[in-house]
Ligand binder design. Structure first.
Ligand SMILES: NC(=O)c1ccc[n+]([C@@H]2O[C@H](COP(=O)([O-])OP(=O)(O)OC[C@H]3O[C@@H](n4cnc5c(N)ncnc54)[C@H](OP(=O)(O)O)[C@@H]3O)[C@@H](O)[C@H]2O)c1
Length: 261
């Protein structure tokens, strides 16, 4: 495996690196897939939908040059997830990195005016989907001491509008899930100065402040959707090997300059 950050050409290389993008069919996920393919990684994209997998192949075109592996199935499912991970390891090889970019936006007029089913949908699409994917993938990353990134959004940390409150509730739970998993994957000696080198798997949370898939709103953020993918590639690479247990709010071009972008 070669993972080199080349500040000279400002490109990040992940040749020989096998990475899963859970939710790779989604608004944010497709940029993660593109960036990891650009960096030279082999990229596995599980999806519950055959149509979405066809769309991923169409969107990525020849970018992967044989390194894109669409995989039909629900990797968040308790019994199907581990079976899919086993297939990945047999067909592609050991896993070095994974990123989970899952969501199911639910809009309702108010919290108290919502039904239990609507809250259940939000919890299933964020908290439960992230729980299932982390459960399936993180043990598989232990053998390479790989990297796992939870993608989250600012709604997890603040209430914006009544319409998005159910998503805030579900993603706040997701943020706490990420913290619990970071703690669990830290080594017992992680009180030392270098928690990343002691961690069994490097787990971080990347909070995106960019609108993606919302039309004109997408153009307003100083961080572009492509930059999110480059930041995740950085976290997976040797250049990111010192990072574990962090919640990173990605919102300024300065953060991209720090990783050579
Ligand atoms: N989009 C934005 O503007 C934005 C802004 C800030 C933060 N974020 C964050 O980025 C992440 C992804 O958002 P997104 O807009 O890209 O999401 P999305 O397109 O709505 O969904 C991403 C994928 O999640 C999977 N998924 C949804 N519900 C699921 C379930 N119950 N079980 C298993 N998989 C499920 C689906 O995969 P399959 O159907 O292919 O299986 C879907 O393609 C979220 O954490 C969100 O908070 C997004």
């Amino acid at each position: 495996m070669t993972t080199v950050s080349d500040p000279g050409s400002r490109t990040l290389r992940l040749e020989g690196f096998n990475a899963v993008v859970a939710g790779g069919s989604g608004n944010v996920g497709r940029y993660l897939v593109g960036a990891l393919l650009d960096a030279g990684a082999s990229v596995i994209v599980p999806s519950r939908s055959e149509d979405k997998l066809e769309e991923i192949k169409r969107v990525q075109g020849n970018a992967g040059n044989g390194r894109l592996f669409p995989l039909l199935g629900n990797i968040a499912d308790e019994s199907e997830g581990p079976r899919l991970v086993e297939r990945i390891r047999k067909q592609v090889g050991p896993l070095h990195g994974a990123v989970a970019s899952l969501g199911g936006f639910v809009s309702t007029p108010s919290v108290l005016g919502s039904s239990r089913a609507q809250l259940q949908t939000a919890v299933d699409g964020y908290l439960m989907a992230h729980f299932g994917v982390a459960r399936a993938l993180i043990p598989a990353l232990e053998e390479t001491r790989g990297s796992y990134t939870f993608i989250n959004g600012p709604l997890a940390f603040d209430l914006w509008a009544p319409q998005s409150a159910l998503v805030s509730i579900a993603t706040a739970g997701q943020a706490m899930l990420a913290r619990a998993v970071m703690k669990e994957t830290a080594s017992e000696e992680s009180s030392n100065a270098d928690p990343a080198s002691a961690a069994r798997v490097r787990v971080n949370e990347l909070v995106i402040h960019t609108a993606v898939g919302w039309g004109e709103a997408d153009k307003k953020s100083p961080v572009r959707p492509e930059d999110i993918g480059r930041y995740v590639s950085h976290l997976m690479s040797d250049a990111g090997s010192g990072v574990h247990g962090r919640t990173i709010h990605l919102k300024s071009p300065e953060q991209l300059r720090e990783i050579g972008g």
